[in-house]
Design a protein around this ligand. Structure first.
Ligand SMILES: [Zn+2]
Length: 475
């Protein structure tokens, strides 16, 4: 307990005037006492020096903190506000009585840093002036950084922190983000520049919910960020159409990364494990990085969550003409099989390669207009017609990856309006792209199976454990 208070004080001490240190120390001591009154799990969750959580026990602790939102939101802002003063002056600090506990803090030299938040319209001159510095100081700093361009761009929301002693600028910190700072240190009449980058620690967070409205609304209600919700939709998007397939009562559970810096949550990272139960069908996905550094999501059996082909190679398009072997052609006005699917979309809409493959045709092909044909594995080819133009830099023989831009929707050839005509063939035979069974992308390679087993067992156990913990807490 004592060490927590001490850590926080030390942290603040390096950035605050001495008078502030007294006030803040008192504040921290009071918080410290408050923390002693709440269960110990919550205390450990506010510690900045918490190691990367690997065990379930630690993660469960975080889960409990999450459920007690009051503790979370009331404590952290208090600390943060004191730590980042936007102005150097403060009257309350002097009025606080001495507290004997302050003497326990070791007397290390306290640097008198003053922070200024960059606002719209600010530049180095306005900020230096606010800090009481002169045009000569600005000039010296610009001279010192003209090669490395350290201070060439400052944006609203960032912070400039000044250490001024005896009217002389000793150090200047450009705080770009919690993860990135540039430090300038006086060296005679010039300044040494040092770039300081920090890595956040990663801990696991858990969320679960039941669909009442939509994945977005119910995901938000479960405490998931937009980023996490989008990832969840992308991971299961190969199996579940989140616009059409989901039903009230469907459930989801997610374990995702949370980026922590000095005990504060600074954003979410990747989903590491997830489950979605759709109309009674259970889908589970686990994130795995193989020894070559390739990361993908797999089923517990080691099959890829991804299919080898996109169902639809254009986004935000509607089907204007389905696959139909006895269709009356709209331009030729006679029965002619429609051996593909038409997607109506505006001219210029990007067209993506449905799967990894190689370009075997790129050019004009009669009524198809501008066409690209891709050769994939397993005797599969895909064809994209009526393009307005091709993506530059691609030619016959070029390798493309799934989702890569290959051209743009148009109405070249025989077309009544801009659309993509898309065909899917297996060994030369046309298949309906909407219903053909799409092969999965590659499973976990044999050589990586043992590593995958170990990762997947841990993650699956965590998914189950979290879920039961949550139920127990709710009761
Ligand atoms: Zn067509």
């Amino acid at each position: 307990m004592g060490s927590i208070v001490f850590n926080v004080i030390k942290n603040i001490g390096s950035r605050l005037p001495t008078v502030h240190l007294v006030a803040v120390s008192i504040c921290v001591v009071i918080i410290g006492i408050t923390l002693m009154l709440v269960p110990s799990e919550k205390v450990s969750a506010t510690r900045g020096d918490r190691p990367e959580s690997g065990t379930l026990q630690q993660d469960t602790v975080k889960l409990e903190l999450k459920l007690d939102e009051e503790t979370d939101t009331e404590l952290l802002p208090t600390l943060q506000d004191e730590r980042l003063p936007s102005d150097a002056t403060s009257s309350e600090a002097n009025e606080q009585p001495e507290d004997p506990t302050v003497t326990q803090v070791p007397a290390e030299p306290v640097e008198n840093w003053v922070d200024y938040k960059v606002t719209s319209g600010d530049n180095l001159s306005t900020l230096f002036k606010r800090a009481g510095l002169t045009a000569l100081d600005v000039h010296q700093v610009i001279q010192a950084t003209k090669d490395n361009k350290a201070l060439s761009r400052i944006y609203p929301g960032e912070t400039l922190s000044f250490l001024i002693e005896g009217g002389e600028l000793k150090k200047l910190k450009h705080i770009v983000s919690p993860l990135k700072q540039v430090l300038l240190e006086r060296d005679g009449d010039s300044y040494r520049t040092e770039s300081l980058e920090r890595e956040p620690s990663i801990q696991h967070q858990f969320a679960q919910g039941t669909i009442e409205n939509s994945l977005f609304l119910d995901g938000s209600r479960a405490g998931m960020s937009n980023n996490t919700i989008m990832q969840l939709a992308a991971i299961f998007g190969w199996d579940i159409d989140f616009a059409l397939d989901i039903r009230k009562g469907d459930t989801f559970r997610v374990i995702y990364e949370e980026k922590m810096l000095d005990g504060e949550n600074i954003g979410t990272g990747n989903i590491v494990a997830a489950e979605f139960v759709n109309q009674g069908n259970v889908f589970r996905a686990l994130r795995f990085t193989d020894s070559k550094g390739n990361t993908s999501y797999y089923t517990p059996d080691g099959n890829s969550m991804r299919k080898a082909f996109l169902r639809t190679p254009v986004d935000f398009a509607r089907i204007s003409s389905p696959f139909n072997l006895s269709r009356k052609h709209p331009v030729l006005n006679k029965i002619r099989a429609h051996k593909g699917v038409d997607y109506a979309a505006g001219t210029g809409t990007p067209i993506k390669a449905a799967g990894d493959g190689k370009i075997i045709f790129r050019g004009v092909k009669g009524g198809y207009g501008n066409v690209i044909i891709l050769q994939h594995g397993q005797g599969i080819t895909t064809l994209y017609a009526h393009m307005s133009r091709f993506k530059k830099g691609l030619s016959v023989g070029s390798r493309v990856q799934q989702g890569q831009l290959i051209g743009y929707v148009g109405s070249s050839g025989l077309a009544t309006g801009p659309h993509l005509h898309y065909e899917f063939r297996i060994n030369g035979a046309h298949k309906n792209p909407m219903t053909v069974k799409l092969p999965h992308a590659d499973p976990v390679p044999k050589s990586e199976r043992a590593a995958f087993q170990s990762v997947s067992q841990t993650l699956l156990a965590q998914l189950d454990k979290y879920a039961s913990t949550q139920v127990a807490l709710a009761e």
